[in-house]
Design a protein around this ligand. Structure first.
Ligand code: C2O
Ligand code: CU
Length: 473
């Protein structure tokens, strides 16, 4: 009896020490300075207007009306299926404009569901960002809304609904917006390669069971790979042509890892140009990501996806005919990307840590499987506040075993560390694939004010709660 009491007492003391320890640690945690001010200033100076604050409109207005409606579209197999489409096609007809042009989209919703359009990667005024309940009300069936903005950056962007994306994108609503500049206009060929997949229920129709619990609990809905809605793509070229290929992953969940059978140069990631082209080394192109590569056509080559070991042919470049002399202008020299790799930057405590994890939701798994950020589902979350023009560090800590391609609206960020180890990515991103049980640190210089969405780009995960917002003041 006495001994037992003693044990209990020792136990209580032990618990008290542990609790005290946790209090001290967490208290400590709060007082550790995130960055010292001089460090923040140095990082801000390094940013040095790396992407422009504003682009003066050149006065040209490109008016491009879009209607979303049910449509019959042709699958790669040649059969016709029911889909939802922008202007009757999926992918939607490509939109191209020149940097400085203003894009005006009178949009009509003829779907049987409410919707919005989000312009992924384009730095638009907050009210044009297409996030229901945050930047606008959802557009009801039969209603219209006019989107209008002047993109601030040249590059490869895309657009898609931000309402029930796991169904609306998968039914076929998405398209690309290419903002050209003088350099890309001087290229001999400039192609968009849209990577996606369809899940079919038979050989002939798309599977209309969306948000399947299995897909939610795993890495979203995966299906048969398509390239520009074909089984694979063919590009024909003449020797000597300088060609850009803009890869866009519009899939709900599938990750691609394109491998080229000849060397190519990486010139842009997520729409933003690199300071200078670098040799492309295999990259993961997660849902939302874009990569632009360039090469001079010499002989035939192919691009395959290798993400899951099984090789999938994505495209073939066929080179024939008479040699041409390319007359492209020099790669722009004005682009600069901060390194943000000082020991202080790498070791500084992040302004916020986002813990990404499943949320079992209630007793005995009776409730739906959800995905949370810091234990909150979207709409239970507290928006993060950031200060404009103040360098911030964000940590994504994935406590789950699934993929989470985290996407930030309205800002670009730079990956600076993986699992605490510095990484050198000489480019901006708007989406980074966080692997299972991985921690990724990113740094950003918020410039565009407003409340911006941040979410996992696996549509089924976002729908299941993995979304929050961030307010730039
Ligand atoms: Cu392309 Cu909020 O997403
Ligand atoms: Cu996810």
């Amino acid at each position: 009896m006495k001994n037992q009491n003693m044990n209990i007492r020792i136990g209580l003391v032990f618990v008290a020490v542990v609790v005290l320890g946790i209090l001290v640690i967490s208290n400590n945690d709060k007082t550790v300075s995130k960055f010292s001010l001089p460090d923040k200033q140095a990082l801000a100076e390094e940013f040095n207007d790396a992407f422009r604050e504003n682009k003066e409109p050149n006065g040209t207005i490109i008016e491009y009306a879009i209607t979303a409606e049910p449509a019959s579209i042709e699958l790669p197999s040649g059969t016709i299926t029911n889909a939802w489409a922008y202007n009757g096609r999926t992918p939607s007809p490509e939109i191209r404009l020149t940097l400085g042009d203003t894009l005006r989209i009178p949009f009509t919703n003829n779907l049987p569901d409410e919707t919005t359009i989000h312009f992924h990667g384009i730095r638009v005024p907050n009210a044009m960002d297409g996030v229901p309940g945050v930047t606008q009300n959802p557009i009801q069936p039969g209603e219209s809304f006019v989107y209008e903005f002047t993109p601030k950056d040249a590059g490869t962007f895309w657009f898609h609904p931000h309402v029930r994306g796991s169904e609306q994108l998968e039914r076929g609503l998405y398209g690309t917006i290419i903002v050209e500049d003088k350099y890309t206009q001087s290229l001999d060929q400039d192609y968009v390669i849209i990577l996606d997949d369809w899940r079919l229920s038979s050989a002939t129709t798309i599977n209309e069971t969306f948000n399947h619990p299995h897909d939610i609990a795993h890495d979203g809905r995966w299906g048969d790979i398509t390239v520009n809605n074909k089984v694979s793509e063919i590009i024909t070229a003449r020797p000597g042509e300088h060609i850009r290929l803009r890869f866009v992953n519009t899939a709900n969940g599938r990750v691609f890892q394109p491998v080229f059978s000849q060397p190519v140069q990486l010139v842009a990631v997520d729409g933003m140009s690199l300071a200078e082209p670098i040799p492309y080394e295999t990259m993961e192109v997660a849902p939302g990501n874009r990569i632009d590569v360039e090469f001079i056509a010499e002989s035939d080559f192919s691009v395959v996806d290798t993400f899951f070991g099984r090789l999938n042919m994505l495209l073939n470049v066929e080179v024939s005919g008479e040699k041409v002399t390319s007359t492209i202008i020099d790669y722009p020299k004005s682009i600069h990307i901060p390194a943000w790799n000082s020991a202080e930057a790498i070791s500084a405590k992040p302004d916020i840590e986002y813990v990404l994890d499943a949320d079992g939701g209630g007793m005995m798994g009776m409730m739906a499987f959800n995905w949370s950020i810091n234990d909150d589902l979207y709409r239970e979350d507290t928006p993060l506040s950031l200060t404009r023009e103040e360098v911030s560090k964000i940590r994504f800590r994935n406590d789950s075993l699934r993929f989470h391609p985290m996407h930030l609206h309205g800002q670009f960020f730079k990956v600076i560390a993986r699992d605490g180890n510095p990484v050198d990515e000489p480019y901006w991103r708007d989406t980074i694939l966080v692997h299972g049980v991985e921690t990724i640190d990113v740094m950003l210089m918020p410039r565009d004010v407003g409340e911006w969405a941040m979410h996992c780009h696996i549509q089924e995960h976002a729908e299941a709660g993995m979304m929050t917002t961030l307010i730039v003041n």
